[in-house]
Design a protein. Structure first.
Length: 93
């Protein structure tokens, strides 16, 4: 965790105990834990929002491409039918 080993953590805890005092240390730790939990929740919410926006953007692009394909297909069918009619008219003559 953060590249800090057990000996370093013990030293930091002892210094905090000396500076802050044994009565305020649990209160400070509790406040710090709550702050970290809120920060983690906020970052998770932000990440989820970004992922949702990315998915919505991809969906929109796919829908636009599908609409373009659908618009192009009827034109191709009309061209095929007119070509078939020309072929049929040559056969009748």
């Amino acid at each position: 965790m953060f590249g800090i080993g057990m000996p370093e953590m013990i030293i930091i805890l002892v210094i905090a105990l000396i500076v802050i005092g044994p009565q305020k240390l649990p209160e400070l730790a509790k406040s710090l834990g709550k702050g970290l939990a809120e920060f983690k929740k906020a970052t998770d919410d932000f990440r989820q929002g970004v992922e949702d926006e990315a998915k919505a953007s991809e969906e929109k692009e796919r829908s636009a491409k599908n609409i373009e394909v659908i618009k192009e297909e009827p034109d191709n069918n009309i061209e095929k039918k007119s070509a078939e009619k020309k072929d049929e008219s040559h056969l009748k003559a």
